[in-house]
Unconditional design. Structure first.
Length: 84
């Protein structure tokens, strides 16, 4: 019997235009959105050097997060509002 994956996590989801500006055109699974967000954060050096768990939002991310700095745990919650 095949192992059942978490289909909700792998389901292709629609993305807001603000989120697409960062991660690319949707739809895509939530796991891919998070992966692409981290690629963007690392590429643009947006982790707080004093505390790597915090993300310092640039203009594009601030539109998504609603503030200048978020923790990596807050990030996933705030991004959920941009996934349909």
């Amino acid at each position: 019997m095949a192992e059942k994956s978490n289909s909700a996590f792998m389901k292709e989801m629609g993305l807001s235009p603000e989120l697409e500006a960062v991660v690319g055109k949707g739809p895509m699974p939530r796991s891919e959105v998070v992966k692409k967000l981290w690629e963007y954060i690392k590429k643009h050096d947006l982790q707080n050097p004093a505390n790597k768990r915090n993300i310092l939002a640039d203009e594009k991310l601030e539109v998504i997060f609603g503030k200048k700095e978020v923790t990596m745990f807050e990030m996933t919650k705030l991004v959920s509002a941009h996934i349909k």
